[in-house]
Design a protein around this ligand. Sequence first.
Ligand code: CO
Ligand code: CO
Length: 305
Amino acid sequence: MLVGLEGPDDAAVWRIDDERALVVTTDFFTPVVDTPYEYGAIAAANSLSDVYAMGGQPFLALNIAALPPDLPAELGSEILRGGAEKAREAGVVIAGGHTVQDKEPKYGLVVIGFVHPGKMLTKSGAHPDDILVLTKPLGFGTTTTAIKQEKASEADIREVIDWMMRLNKSAGELALEFGLQGGTDITGFSLLGHGYELGAASGVGLRFDYAKIPFISGARKHAEAWTFPGGASDNRLHFGPQVRFAPGIDEASQMLLFDPQTSGGLLLCVPPDKIDGFLSRAREINQPAWMVGEVTKAQGIMVKE
Ligand code: CO
Ligand code: CO
């Protein structure tokens, strides 16, 4: 076992030989959007993400579904179709799975992938002076909460769905191509929570530049209306004591950095001598990448204006 329960990493890793290790992970959740096909695709992209976050390549998956007995059959099959098509896009075969009955729908995948044991991306691989690169914008939690409260515009809904459905495949492949060692994906614990885990596991700190952090269009508006999921307060309570904010960063802005993300991007640690090549390669393959801060020797998280 190379990665297991002792650390906060994204997936378990089991070494087979010098060249190959298995990456195994699972994730599932209740609907974040009203359209069943897109919910299925988002849940699948989110489940696959933990393999990419380890520098791995997924190849096999199983469905995990809980569906209400009174849910029309076509809605259930739309959820599974969304998952299956997203898996196919990733080059992953869904080989089966299991469905139970439950009051509220739940869906996700068990995913198995391969990683080279010497080329893993882990939370303990960050080094001082590495540049922090984020591959999707933030604001998914506040926007999906606005959808649930019927406060989101059509454009906001479309934008957040497109980002959440997006695979972290090419971001993970870029990390591999540039031999990156430190990274994770940004999901339920928010940018600051997952960032804190990364820093703590590596024995370093992170400094974010607030002005450089990308957000989807509706995020600010929904944050100011305080449309946050419960997890945002939990994250602030839990990780807040580890974070120092510059005085000019208001409460809504702080809260956006504690906002739980569903199917968020990767947070990658890119050594300074590789950053130019990394960014130009990212542009070449249409992989969004934002420089949002850097890794520091001093531990803890700092957010500059
Ligand atoms: Co993860
Ligand atoms: Co996960």
